[in-house]
Design a protein around this ligand. Sequence first.
Ligand SMILES: *Cc1c(COP(=O)(O)O)cnc(C)c1O
Length: 413
Amino acid sequence: MTTYSELNHAPFRDRFVIDEPGVAYLDGNSLGRLPKATVAKMEQVVSDEWGRALIGSWNQAWLPISRRIGDKIGSLIGAAPGGTLVCDSTSINLYKVAWALLQHRGRRRTIVTDAVNFPTDLYILDGLRRQLGPDLRLESLDLDQGNHAEVGSILASAINNETALVCLSHVNYKTGYAFSMEQVTEMAHAHGAPILWDLSHGVGAVPIDLGTAKVDAAVGCTYKYLNGGPGAPAFLTVRADWIERLQNPIQGWFGAARPFDFGSVYVPHLGIERFAVGTPPILSLAAVEPGVDLTCEAGMHALRQRGWQLMQYFFTLFDQRLEKLGFKLVTPRNPEAAGSHVSFTHPAAWQITQDLVQHHRVIPDFRGPDIIRFGITPLYTLGREIEQAVAALESSLTHGTYRAYPTQRRGVT
Ligand SMILES: *Cc1c(COP(=O)(O)O)cnc(C)c1O
């Protein structure tokens, strides 16, 4: 049994800027906290590299960043060196890589995803289906909460020799359900289909081993558990044997073999750099590295161990104090099948979320129609923040204070 004082010991917490006493920030899976090292790094990049060295910084500092941070992220997810690039947004990377894999579809006709995938993933895949021809179909499986036991059989009956691409999010952003990456990848490969995983809610939260699972390609966010900053550039990673066979649908100069030759004909880079498009946003890119470094320093296995202790603590408090108030847990209790956030449903979830934020200084996320989601970031989340969230939920429900808030939602939470 983990003790309460162990749950409140987060060795990396003081490496973050935390100066809002009394706030329980359980939203690191929407926007991770600011590492102190990032503040210093930005000062250096802006004042020295931009302010003083100006254009010379491209050669001295900036050109290698996308690959260098890519390799560090690659080490967190079991990708081979040279296979990962930080660039663009997750949405754009998903588009580029899915398009590239679909060029190899031959006579295969179906893109398999799930209907509760993150909306941008669904929109991108639906757009690709429309753009790439009338023969393609998008099959969005019903893998909604409540039927996790059947996920294997639902996937098995959907993936076949017609499957052109399987594209799924490793950890579901609402329920926290995590697919078995190895099993699902094997299922796709058994039918000759490539698989593209979106790791946005898994990277930095749970150990991932793309190499062992032989995953074809993956994309993911850096501003969630990796603490890269608002709108930080995302990453994409491609298995070594695919890289030279995949084409970038947007032939920009940064994806070319020799951008600074200024040649008039596009010749793609031989490496993962071929997935770059235009000039990288250096300031945002530079801000990604300190958060990634912290995660590498802490190590994914130690982080997951701590994260799972916090998850279990939350489950225990849920059973003791929240279930009887009408909340229903939707996150699996098995570490093999769960990411690093705890979600439950309540018919008044939106009102309760507002009460938590405005009255109790607890920051979760609302995800419609009825989910409240609490991110557990093992680098800095404390047991007492979970205790504060549970106490706030109890108070809101027993006193009915949530009823004072609008039932209609607006803005971002
Ligand atoms: C957060 C998230 C995204 C975000 O995509 P952006 O292009 O950065 O806006 C995409 N997919 C999943 C699964 C996510 O959780």
